[in-house]
Design a protein around this ligand. Structure first.
Ligand code: PEP
Ligand code: MN
Length: 347
């Protein structure tokens, strides 16, 4: 249920609605738009509540919503969410291009990669310090040392970075270093972790679980939003299907579906979405054409020697080429490539 306040509703009238909700054992989440304020009702609602709320002073209308997710829905917030990360401005017509190695291995590897992706026009660095691994024998990341390396690369290049947080206990540490916290596919339904990152006041990128429906994904987003963190972006990284040729099947249709259902920005990840480096560029183009707000691309100085995800990682040269290919597709759907930092406009 959504309570739409009148344009000229006073603070007192908004507080009145919130008090009524509390008295009824419910909670309200306020979204202050330019045009109007909407209060999302959270909890078990009942039909008579609509009439009760509609009679309160300052209330314009009460809209029942049947979808189980509310705060992430377009009904709750018709306007796209905007998020600023360094010079990158998600939700504007400029794409956010995140690039970097799957895992942080050495300082040299990360700094070299950061310089190369920046030169090619990316505006956010990625790299895993805490790595989820299907096999316990695979590289599991450098942990805190990895965060320090990412921070060094940021200091050298000015690029903000995104990195994954695996456990609720690590949220504080990762949030100390990172500009954006990543929740990986395997943790999309780790509800305790979602609660924790919901309390952080830094952007969070929620990747789609490999077997998650769009509704389940948005319900996970709801966990983070309902803890008060509204700086949330989604990432389509491919789902598991019967096809084994590719690592996953990048669900391109999820991009316009999310745009329709939600106000949250969405990033396409053709690296995990395909698992093969030569499929990354074509699927990156498809994601941008379908309306993605950005891309996440794995790049490594020497993919053959990467400790993780080498087969899907691009060389510097291939990444540069991908960026050149994306530009005209972006322009054809009314988007711009990231502004170079020297010319970045403060929006
Ligand atoms: C990653 O981004 O390196 C990663 C582990 O992704 P996912 O959680 O989508 O598998
Ligand atoms: Mn990876």
């Amino acid at each position: 249920m959504l309570v739409v306040m009148k344009k000229d509703a006073s603070e007192q009238e908004k507080t009145g609605v919130m008090q009524k909700l509390t008295q009824s054992g419910l909670a309200g989440h306020v979204s202050e738009g330019i045009e109007r304020t909407v209060i999302g009702v959270v909890g078990q609602t009942y039909p008579e509540l609509r009439d009760t709320l509609e009679l309160l002073p300052g209330v314009d209308e009460v809209i029942p919503i049947s979808k189980p997710y509310k705060l992430s829905s377009r009904e709750f917030q018709p306007k796209d969410t905007t998020i600023k990360v360094g010079d990158a401005f998600l939700g504007s017509d400029e794409l956010m291009i995140i690039a970097g190695p799957c895992a942080v291995e050495t300082e040299k590897q990360v700094v070299e990669t950061a310089k190369a992706i920046k030169a090619a026009g990316a505006n956010v660095l990625r790299g895993g310090a805490f790595k989820p691994s299907t096999s316990p024998y695979q590289f599991r990341g450098l942990g805190k040392e990895g965060l320090e390396i990412l921070a060094m690369a940021r200091a050298e290049t000015g690029l903000p970075f995104i990195t994954e947080v695996l456990t609720p206990q690590d949220v504080e540490l990762v949030a100390e270093y990172a500009d954006v916290l990543q929740i990986g596919a395997r943790n999309m339904q780790n509800f305790i972790l979602l609660d924790e990152v919901g309390k952080v006041r830094k952007p969070v990128m929620l990747k789609r679980g490999m077997s998650a429906t769009i509704q389940e994904w948005l319900l996970s987003a709801e966990y983070i939003l309902s803890q008060g963190n509204r700086q949330l972006l989604l990432c389509e990284r491919g789902i598991r299907t019967f096809e084994t040729y590719t690592r996953n099947t990048l669900d391109i249709s999820a991009i316009p579906i999310i745009k329709k259902l939600s106000h949250l920005p969405i990033i396409g990840d053709p690296s995990h979405g395909t698992g093969k480096w030569y499929l990354v560029a074509p699927l990156a183009l498809a994601a941008v054409a379908a309306g993605a707000d950005g891309l996440m691309i794995e790049v490594h100085p020497n993919p053959d020697e990467a400790l993780k995800d080498g087969a899907q990682s691009l060389t510097f040269e291939n990444f540069e080429q991908l960026m050149q290919q994306v530009a005209p597709v972006a322009a054809s759907v009314g988007r711009r490539m990231p502004a170079r930092s020297e010319e970045a406009i403060d929006l």
